[in-house]
Design a protein around this ligand. Sequence first.
Ligand code: ADP
Ligand code: MG
Length: 360
Amino acid sequence: MAKITLDNLAHSYLPNPKSEDDYALKQLDHVWADGEAYALLGASGCGKSTLLNIISGLLEPSRGRILFDDHDVTHAATAERNIAQVFQFPVVYDTMTVRDNLAFPLRNRGADADYVARRVLQIAQMIGMEAELDRKARGLTADAKQKISLGRGMVREDVNALLFDEPLTVIDPHMKWELRTQLKSLHQEFGHTMIYVTHDQTEALTFADKVVVMHDGRVVQIGTPQELFERPAHTFVGYFIGSPGMNVIPAEVSGRMASVAGAQIDLGAAYAPGGGRVALGVRPEFVQLRSGGEGVPVRVTRVEDVGRHRVVRLDMDGQELSAIAGEGDPLPADADRAVFAPEGINVYVDEWRIAPEVAA
Ligand code: ADP
Ligand code: MG
């Protein structure tokens, strides 16, 4: 196991990158702590696979260094890095049996036969394929082949890190939860450094201790699920995580007060936004509906029942907002005001969160 340091990293697929836009991965400095489980979350095309392939050595970065502990591996081949990587689509040896596929990484490293037999059985149980160990991989479903790929990724106990690149894409929905749970218990048991790439927030939030959110070639926030929910560092994080995502509401802010659609809102703390586009970020969970009185004037356009709660869509002066009302909370019959709970308000300048001023 190892701590992985990315130092001044950047990558462009072009031979002569000129502007920032030419980089699939923009300037990145980050330490992946030894033994921690990370999820790398972001929309398709934001650079997740590029980053993972640089860590595993499939891709050499245009700029910067990669260290495993204090070892510079920037130019080291994948095999030397001692890493297990699982891809989106199955990579199996069709002519080999399931057992031999699973044993391959161990035999390749000269493990003794008894150990291989025991370990292969253990992994086969984890992926639910004990009954198929003697079948050839050829002829198995894509789903089963992907489970073999996952098993091969998990079979070695002595790797520096385990990298998963959207590994459950082709897996049956009901099996996804099961496999994710297995991966998590594998982490608890062996304490490998794990990086799990996904575009699915539920997957990221349930798997990882820390979630690394990427947007447009950049890491925009690294935090616990709770930090990402309560204090999104960038409006993208607020919007991408949560269902529905955070409301981003243009505002004028001066000290403790914000002005939105003609209404005054107490922010609960003072801010000094300076120049730039100022907006309030308020998650739907912190929007309460009232009838008359204080608050921002709104009109209810739709109420969606989503089981445990209701999502209320609002029109605020031409902008759509969302509010979440709990199962037991009655909606005021003529709701026409929205109130934002101060503890649920974040202030953004040019899409980045700014901290409140510290009281003197
Ligand atoms: P993700 O895994 O988050 O979907 P990728 O890392 O695959 O994103 O891609 C990031 C960006 O780099 C995308 O714009 C993609 O089109 C581009 N890209 C990925 N692989 C290559 C490649 N081999 N050659 C050129 N451009 C690539
Ligand atoms: Mg990818």
